[in-house]
Design a protein around this ligand. Sequence first.
Ligand SMILES: Nc1nc2c(c(=O)[nH]1)N[C@H]1C(S)=C(S)[C@@H](COP(=O)(O)OP(=O)(O)OC[C@H]3O[C@@H](n4cnc5c(=O)[nH]c(N)nc54)[C@H](O)[C@@H]3O)O[C@H]1N2
Ligand SMILES: Nc1nc2c(c(=O)[nH]1)N[C@H]1C(S)=C(S)[C@@H](COP(=O)(O)OP(=O)(O)OC[C@H]3O[C@@H](n4cnc5c(=O)[nH]c(N)nc54)[C@H](O)[C@@H]3O)O[C@H]1N2
Ligand code: SF4
Ligand SMILES: [Mo]
Length: 749
Amino acid sequence: MPALPDLHADQADVKGVPRTPRQAGVTTRKTLCATCDIACSVVSEVVDGRVVRVRSSDNPIFRDNICIKGIAAPKGFAHPNRIRRPLKRVGERGSGQWQEVGWDEAMADIAARLKAIVAQHGPEAWAVSTSQWNTGTDHGLGRRLMNHVGSPNWISGVALCAGNTAAINRLTYGWYPMADFSSTNCIVLFGHNPKRDSWVPVHNQIQRAKARGAKLIVLDPRRSENAEQADIWLPLKAGTDTVMLFGWLRVILDEGLYDHDFVAKWTIGFEDLKARVQEWPIERVAAVTGCEAEMIRAAARIYAQGPSIIPWTPITDMQRNSTSAIRLQSILRAICGNLDVPGGEVLHGFNPMIVSESEIEMHHVLDEAQKAKQLGSDTHPAFTYRGQAPLLDACERVWGHRYANQVTGCFMANPSATFRAMAGEGAYPVKAFFALGNNTLMSFANMPLIHRALLNQDLIVVHEQFMTPTAQLADYVMPADSWLERPWMMDGYGWVSIYRPSQKAMEPPEECRSTFDFWRTLAAAMDMPQVVPWKTIEDFYDWRLDKVGMGFEEFAETYDIYAPKPAFRKYEKTGFATPSGKVELKSSILEGLGFDPLPYFRFDPDMTDDYPLKMFTGVREGEYFQTGGRHIPELRERCPEPVLFVSPKLAASLGVAEDEWVQVSNPTGKIHMKVGVRDSMPDDLVRIPHGWWKPEMPQGGETLSGALKYSDAMLCPDDEDYLDREQGIPHLKGIPCRIDKLDPAETAA
Ligand SMILES: Nc1nc2c(c(=O)[nH]1)N[C@H]1C(S)=C(S)[C@@H](COP(=O)(O)OP(=O)(O)OC[C@H]3O[C@@H](n4cnc5c(=O)[nH]c(N)nc54)[C@H](O)[C@@H]3O)O[C@H]1N2
Ligand SMILES: Nc1nc2c(c(=O)[nH]1)N[C@H]1C(S)=C(S)[C@@H](COP(=O)(O)OP(=O)(O)OC[C@H]3O[C@@H](n4cnc5c(=O)[nH]c(N)nc54)[C@H](O)[C@@H]3O)O[C@H]1N2
Ligand code: SF4
Ligand SMILES: [Mo]
């Protein structure tokens, strides 16, 4: 294969300042890339009203924060596949027959049909799924309209990525803290693997911290990029992070390495925790995790020296012991004195100068009877209204508002319960489903269930840039703008008090519109124009910025970053935003919900003869963000097919070789993948890539452009054995499967 061009080469001339535009007549706009959720500050170069290049920011703080997905984004958005006009389904659902309609006409029909469904089944029959990060300009307006209409059934990919971490962190100390990379002495990565083309700002922060001497500890079954540069790499068994955390706690408690004053003054439940940790002698931890006892001790001791950080990781968001793992991380932070200190993890609270998305959502208008109907709140309440309700008073006391919807994950319905209700298998029917910037079909567990759920809807509306497998099943596909084509005010997902503005760099094509416009026009068509009263998104931002005393345009010209001066140990004045005002090592909230108030570990179900292998889904591909991007030729030629990874030994025992096609199956479903033999993989684990479909394959029909043939979600179970108890999120890090070689004749891709 000929060598592929280095997409980063295009950035080479911008390493020094000042920077030279590559073309005459260039104007520049300060933009935030929203192709992935980390939102790098970049510069858009515009010629004749079109963005011709995206490059890394001129601000030294953000230098080199760019990846090939951001670089390729203008090409991706200009691609002929882009949806440019509202489409109304005219044939059978999923038949690929569409009629172009005007935006207003579409919204009028959508509103009429939604009203009819609400009238017949109640407002809770309307569910919405979004991913805040992609839509960018939702800003809580979707929830605001839902709260006024009366539906609690909002779900999101954040249920298994960061939103749930935020909700669970709040149970322990009331706010989800942010890692301070700038002055930490030790970074601990639980699987999380930032690299050159994934999570680039964090990758760069890790490199800078290492250069100043900070230690890096990596826990990963695979020899990942970060494992290779770690001071300590603990190659734990997949899904055993909770046990490893118990091991660290054991060392820290036995050796007295915790912050005694903090524990005495600011925590409750220490003695109970100690008793629970006794269940985990280091030898037992070593046996279960497969790591050496001495290495576990060494890692725990370095962490305890501090100040240390355990930056957010999605890996413990997606395990059947997720709640316990996240709670144990929170507990470690607290008892080792890493909470709200420089170089540790900082509790930001709201920015007092800007109206937050949590406020915009107006959760107080949804009445208690409707909140109680939130799907999944009876069985898996941790991040639902019911689970988070005990925090409301405390949140108001400490942070000034009752509803802190951090990372939009704190008042969600449970996705699996929602899909069951949509499929007609729940407590009540859900008959209208809206997906905004979320490829719902492929982005949760049990895809066959989601497929059934979608086919059982009376109304599906999708706001999208491309004809995703989810969009292919819609009644209406509404064309979305992109991050180059709209202004944005980024609030760090309500996690931090830092705001960053993004300037609109070009006009959206044809009828493409922002999520703000989607909700504004829907509210008006639902006869609720007062719910979204702002005419333009700039008016809306001006309103939010009222206290700053600047309009959005001036704000965006003036600031790259807008944040209050950092303050530490704020709890000394206010207490923590928990029911007790302390760090709850033993959680009163979990106890009140009928769960074990202390962390615990459930072993994975045993493998069977039929499904003897263990797989996880993950290892992000540098080329794509999640299920997107496969239509961009520059990226696709680098990563043309879905590839599973196995070790050379496992490949040999299965009788499969590099580039051969295989079927991966389990009781949930089956898919086809290509084999990649990697010596970085352990011998007892299979890696399945997330989010594969092929936009060039036929829409609808047998495979929905390959989604039913290649998507990892076909293999992810959501029965109780594979759900975290408290949150009900799926276990993506230890799923049984088998691998069978395919007859080459069957596999013409
Ligand atoms: N089975 C399984 N499920 C998973 C995961 C997994 O590994 N396996 N990973 C989880 C994780 S970590 C995450 S973050 C979630 C992500 O789940 P999603 O949020 O669904 O992420 P994407 O697959 O990127 O889908 C986003 C869609 O938004 C569209 N889009 C992009 N920009 C815009 C925009 O500006 N406006 C609108 N309206 N649409 C836009 C894209 O074209 C794309 O189709 O999935 C989670 N779900
Ligand atoms: N290029 C690119 N970048 C992305 C994304 C993308 O799609 N493409 N997605 C973004 C999003 S939404 C997210 S959430 C992040 C995710 O990115 P990361 O947090 O880096 O997650 P992954 O790359 O899925 O997996 C990281 C590591 O987890 C290890 N691992 C697997 N199972 C376990 C386990 O049970 N325990 C432990 N400790 N480790 C395990 C894997 O071996 C792998 O090396 O990436 C973001 N960045
Ligand atoms: S890491 Fe890449 S895709 Fe993500 S925001 Fe930065 S440039 Fe965009
Ligand atoms: Mo994610």
